[in-house]
Design a protein around this ligand. Structure first.
Ligand code: G3P
Ligand code: CA
Length: 234
């Protein structure tokens, strides 16, 4: 069965990367969610997609220039604050959701971010329910080296010739391609090599159906309800 991961939570209906979007993901019946992590000036892990808070909150400026206390004052939509990763983990402790954490360290190399996330995962004993991913593959390699008990996946914006070989070469058990870079043959070969494939960000019904029928391990979507209905019809 193809697992449904809600991209930034149930973001087609609720403010992305907020507790509300995550709770609604669980209510929608999806098995898991994807979220993005950045770091404040004083080293707090916060859940937000952009390096700047401008697009998703009523504030302005870079996440890295605010302290944890300061950043909590902004409204990320429907009066929801920007969540701390530890708050999401407290909530995850009370359910069985899978959580894909994306290290958003492409623009700024947030010093120590990987170690902080890994420590928090261990503190909350969520090792078996977390997938660490990033466009920054050094972070994925680092996690594979220092936290081999946690699953990882490099994110691939464009197609690779044999992505399953690449995943194997960096000791990841899966990879997350843009869905346009996930033709059926790549899915088939990846699965035959025991490499999980979880395409993003799939919002079109016919694409959802194709990827599910091809046996993808998961799909990452803004609309978990739509994906759920498509899956039921297969
Ligand atoms: O996990 C894949 C996807 O989330 C990457 O794209 O820009 O939505 O973080 P983006
Ligand atoms: Ca993401």
């Amino acid at each position: 069965m193809t697992i449904i991961l809600a991209h930034r939570g149930y973001s087609s209906k609720f403010p992305e990367n907020t507790m509300k979007a995550f709770v609604k993901t669980a209510e929608a019946g999806a098995e898991g969610l994807e979220l993005d992590v950045q770091m404040t000036k004083d080293g707090e892990l916060v859940v937000i997609h952009d390096e700047k808070i401008d697009r998703t909150t009523n504030g302005k400026g870079y996440v890295k220039d605010y302290t944890a206390k300061e950043i909590r004052k902004f409204d990320a939509g429907q009066k929801e604050p920007i969540p701390f990763l530890k708050d999401v983990f407290t909530w995850l402790s009370g359910n069985s959701m899978i959580c894909n954490i994306e290290f958003k360290n492409g623009l700024f190399p947030y010093k120590g971010m990987e170690d902080k996330v890994i420590s928090l995962v261990r503190e909350y004993q969520l090792e078996k329910r977390i997938i660490l991913s990033s466009f920054n593959h050094y972070s994925v390699v680092y996690a594979n080296q220092f936290a081999p008990e946690i699953e990882t996946a490099p994110i691939l914006a464009e197609g690779l010739y044999m992505p399953w070989i690449y995943a194997q070469s960096i000791r990841s058990k899966g990879f997350h391609p843009n869905f346009k870079a996930a033709p059926n043959e790549i899915i088939k070969q990846s699965l035959e090599h025991n490499i999980a494939i979880r395409p993003y960000t799939v919002n079109n019904e016919s694409e959802m159906e194709r990827l599910m029928k091809a046996g993808c391990s998961a799909i990452i979507t803004d609309d978990p309800i739509k994906a759920f209905k498509v899956r039921e019809g297969i």
